[in-house]
Ligand binder design. Sequence first.
Ligand code: ZN
Ligand code: ZN
Length: 410
Amino acid sequence: MSDPATILDDHPDLRASLHDLYRHLHSHPELSMQEEATAELIEDRMSGLGYDVFRCGGTGVVATLRNGEGPVVGFRADTDALPVQEDTGLDYASTARGTLPDGTAVPVMHACGHDMHVTAAIGAATLLAQDRDAWSGTVVFLFQPGEETAQGAASMLADGLWDRAERPEVIYGQHVWPGVTGTIDLTPGPAMTYSDAWKVTVKGRGGHGSQPESTIDPVVLAAHMIVRIQSLKSREVPAQKAAVITIATIHAGLKENIIPATAEFTVNMRNLDADVREHLLDGLRRVILAEAMASDAPEPEIEELYTFPLLVNDEDETARVVEVLRGAIGEEQVDEIPAVMGSEDFGALPDAIEVPGVYWFFGGLTRDEVEGEEPTVTNHSPFFAPQLEPTLGVGVTAAHAVLTDRLARA
Ligand SMILES: [Zn+2]
Ligand SMILES: [Zn+2]
């Protein structure tokens, strides 16, 4: 499989300007819900192209181009970066720093490739603005902040997105990922999981390590909870149903002979089905409370950290998109894949107005990086550095092809 031809091959000046834009965004990443400079840059670029632009949800930007009769079609690109110290060695690597909401100073990096999404969307928006004879209707670009923290789509919706913007009849989105550059993967139906995260504070009674009988040991109690929580998935979810539970942080105590008063852990649960989700959320609460009771401990504190919605790709629209992408990128470059157990808040945008959404992945790595001996670098890694081309060209081509297909159908 060779690299696909992309629409940027015919637009060398646009390609050069998008490369500059990408490098600029890459070296100026901003944390979730703090994408102020990114939003200003997007507003400038999009209004310069003739789009009507307004801010929504703080650092979100909505950009609309009306071009005669026809459907209203939406395209979403997320804009935020992550608290990661970049280690790619690129000459445009980020040295930016930021501050988390809790006040912690952190390095910042576009380690999830959202800089690629913004650049590709602006590329497609430019082509649509430059060739208005090729389509008819209204295109609405949604530059969404705060994807990484599941805040951004919610904040745009809470700020009256669908009262203020024209309502699309379908919304598209895309994400760069560790596939081979030049390829696209997507899943009809449920495509990315519900994801719920909780912080659990286990309460015991502290004391001397030599006299556990005078304490309620929250470390032993948390250990029981964690083991039992894993059995929710293996014993209570039908084997045909996808679900995964990860407990990735646990903190307790300061010294080997002091039993602490509390222990803390976080739990993340993902699944592809509303019934499974409800069962697991109930089960989680049940196990935590029952284990505390079994230890005669006070009731633990449960804090809900975030919820990502299920991302469902409308089956009919997805079939259409597959056909269009195969035509634009290449028959063999586009694959249908099983659902991905990661999560996204993209689905909240179409769901809020009950219109279909379609979301696909485009590869960003060389074949050797994906299939070679070295472990593949994934999104969120300090080494995540998508090949600029043909990755960006494919992102622009895909967005442009899918939008013009829908906008030419009027
Ligand atoms: Zn991410
Ligand atoms: Zn991402």
